[in-house]
Every structure is written in structure tokens, then in C-alpha cells.
Ligand binder design. Sequence first.
Ligand code: NA7
Length: 540
Amino acid sequence: MTEHPLKDPVAENTWDVIVVGAGFAGLYMLHRLKQLDLRVLVIEAGSDVGGTWYWNRYPGARCDVESLSYSYSFDESLQQEWRWPDRYAVQPDILRYAQFVARRFSLYPHIVFDTRIVEACYTEPDHAWRISTDAGVHYVAGVCIMATGCLSVPKSPDIHGIDRFRGRLLHTANWPREALDFSRDHVGVIGTGSSAVQSIPILAEQSARLTVFQRTPNFSIPAWNGPLSEEQDRRCKDRYPVLRNRARNTFSGDFREEGGMKLLPASPAEREKALQHRWEQGGFHYQYGFTDAGYDTRANEIAAEFVRNKIRRTVADPEVAERLCPRDHPFGTKRLCVDTGYYETYNRANVELVDLKRTPVEAVTARGIVTTGMEYDLDTLVLATGFDAMTGALVRMNVRGRNHERLRDRWQGGASTYLGLMVANFPNLFMINGPGSPSVLCNMMLALEQHVEWISDCIEFMGQAGHRVIEASPDAERAWTDHVNRAADRTLYPRADSWYVGANVPGKARVFMPYVKGFKAYSEICDSVVEKGYEGFVFA
Ligand code: NA7
């Protein structure tokens, strides 16, 4: 048998493939590459596997895709064996699942923990990636795969004086591992995105007093979460192969997805019935229920107003209810929140909502937050202020391609990729769920499985064909990025100042980063690229 051309004579710290990140993408990538008998090392900043589910330990952290869908599908016995207790899994259960998978497939010995990459540099003569870590260790690899996650660089708000705060300062995405006691605390939360919407109901129960500092209200739909019965679990597992296959033929990569309807042609009675039905299904079932709401403002407004009316009916104080009603962006164009008791929380006597649009924050002081109208003394300040999404981890890492070109410079005017998998001039550098792929608009588990399988098949093909280098062609990258942008422009998505367009990071170029045409359309394109001999890629 001939050796894979990536295989170098074994030198210290020389690997066939280095994978960055031991979240679900990195773990599965490692598993696949081990099967190809390549020498693989995974480098991970955290002290354990799990990625986003390792870091995001805030109270109430929960997946917004149902557990039976948000789990690996690549191994039948794994999916039969693992038992999810709830319809939507909580962070500790998802972390346990990641650890279980890592043990089951003997992945731990191949992972270096507590280590951050500070630089990854492609060197031309030997077609190698030279990777340096914050521990001062240098690695060399033929291929580098970034499994760095779409939401892995937490963002703190640029508020004057935040480092002067003398109380307990927490970020939802970097939550301490030990249990915290808030029972005597006045807790402040900045932000009302998914992390805040999930944590606020629990923090309200756990703290003496809770003040929520809201700049922009978001749409949130109840999860209707609950325990998964034995019968529900069995019914799904009996049909798993069929259901997983169904998921691959959907927009969202979720086998729970049901075909949607158009709101505009429907009669008022039909609309009301359908809206209520989808509301009762909960979460993303509501968003995907109405096909015209994604691109027609009139249809969108119908879906939006239905949610606003639910808020008005839930929140006892009409003024607070109006403050919670989103009006500055179309429904679903910012990441939808999926909650348990979020709006009800504002009926509690110990909870207050501060509208920062009316009374903006002036400063954070040693004691708390000063707005234009009030001063709030706080014991704990929780920043639920989001992430530098989709590109943050990659540009921070100082990735340099051919001729030392920096990825950060290349993406100065906005992220551009071929299929969200590779960037021209950065040979042998793959991204999992990179910008330009459906990623965050889909069930991330299926999205990452599709990318991991595509990449490992590609690496296997390179071995068989005797190729040592693969690279996206500049033309293919340009054409794909144009296609991604044009597809987004036909929807309402770009109208919101969301993290999908990088609007939450000052100075970040405004480009809609995920591919909006959904899992099925995207994976078919990836397959056809392979059928056409890896069209748009150049091998050497
Ligand atoms: P998000 O969805 O980006 O939410 C961040 C929130 O923080 C949002 O409400 C922001 O308001 C608010 N924010 C950010 N900076 C400030 C300042 N300076 N002042 C006041 N408010 C601020 O992040 P999440 O962590 O909740 O969720 C991210 C994803 O993780 C989520 O979509 C799921 O996929 C999982 P803004 O809207 O910018 O006015």
C-alpha cells in the first residue's frame, strides 16, 4: 500500500492533520481521521471536550434544537444507546454526552487541552502548516482543520468603566464551573439575546432582585420543554435511520421540520389557526412554519404581530409588555430565542426591565450601572452580550496563508470562502461550518457531520490520487461568495443589525455570513462539486 502523501517521516510534533477545537465538530473530525489511519492531534483551549457546551454554563443554558435531533447520527449504536432526559437538553447533559462520545471512541488521548493556538502559518516549500500555541509549543501538520465554532469568542460591551465594577462580573459564555449563590444579590443582566432569555427566568428565581438592561427586545417563542418519556424516546429510536434521512432532506437539517405554509394567501381564520398551531409546537417550528415570512414584509408582520400579542397577554404590566415587543427588525431576522417562562418572569415582584433605548447606560461604576435616569447598585453584573460570531475565532488566531497573507486582512471587507470550507491562498486549511455554509441556520449537529464527512472524504481522495495540496480557486471563491450574498439579499435577514451580519462588532464588515438556502440545497451542491471532480478546487 502506498503511503498517503500527507504522511511525513515522523518527526517530533509533526502530524498529518491538526484539528483546532474539541467541540462536536472537532471530536467527529478526529474520529473520522483516525479511521483513515492518519496521525491526528486536536488542540483545545478548554480543559475538556464540548466546545460551546464546555464554556456556556450559565443557569438555564439549553440547546434550542430538540435533543433527539441535536445528537450525532453517524453511529447507529451510539444513537440507540444515549438517553436524553429532556425534549431540549440542558448544558450539563450535552457536556456529558460529548464526554461520553470522546470516551466511547477513545478520543481523549489524541487531544491536548488548555492550549490556545496563537499562530497558524502555511509554509510554501514543504506545504506545511506551522502552528504555535500559547504554551510556546510548535507543531507542524500537512493539513489544518479549524473546528473553532461559530460562537466561541465572547464579546464584552464597550461600556465606559466596566473594569471598575467591584461586584461579581460574569459573562454567560465564560461562566465559572463552581455553583454560585445569588440569593442575597441584586443581579443585573445586560442583553436580551438567547443567553439572556434562557438565564433570566432562573436568575430571577435564584436572586434577591434582578434588573434586566435591554437595548433591543428579541422575539422569543416558548420551547414547551419537558421530560422525554420512554415511549417518545423509543418511538424515535425505532425510526432513527428514516428520521435522520428525512433530516438530510430538509431546510433546517432537523427531522422535526414540517412543511410550512404561506401566510399571505390564507384567510384570517386559516392564518390564526396555523399561527396558533405553530406557537403550540414551539421554538423554531414557529419560524419555519411560514414560508413567506422570510422574504415578504407583510407576511413577516403577521407572524411578528401574533408574537407581540402573546407578549401582551402574558406580561401583566402593559407598559412593560410594550417595552418587550420587538419592532426594529423583522421577525426571525435576528436569531430567534426559544424560552421557558421568559415573558412570565416580568410578572415577578423582584424583576425590573430597564429600556436602554430610553435611558441609555452612561457608565459602569464600582457599585453598579448608571443610566441617564437612574443609578443601580448591583452585587453581580451578568454580561449576556454575545459573540464575535462565525469569523471571530479564525481572525483572532493569526492565520497566515501563502506569502504570509493574513486571513484577518483577507476578510477585512467581509468573510469570503468557497462553500464555507476553504479560502483561496490558504492551501490545506479547512473550516468546519465556516462562513458561507448554512451552519447556524441549521441543526448544527447535522451541518457539522456533513462538513466533517466531506472533508474526510476529500482527504481520503487526496491519498488515493496522490495529491498533497488542495486549495480553493479564487474564481470559485468569488462566485460562491457572490451567490451567498445574492441569496441572502432576497430574504429579509440582512435588514436586522444581527450577529449574522456582524453588526454587533464595531468595525466588522457588514456581510450576511451563513448560507440561507438551507441544508438540503447546500449539501447537494457540495456533493455535485465532488461528482464534477472537486470543481472549483485545485490540487497539487
Ligand atoms: P446575542 O444574541 O448576540 O445577544 C447579545 C445581547 O446583548 C443583545 O441583546 C444585545 O443588544 C446586547 N448587547 C450587546 N452589547 C450591548 C451593550 N453595549 N449595551 C446593551 N446591550 C448590549 O448573544 P447571545 O449570547 O444571547 O446568543 C448568541 C447565540 O448563542 C444565540 O443566538 C444562540 O444561537 C446561542 P442589541 O441587540 O445589540 O441591541
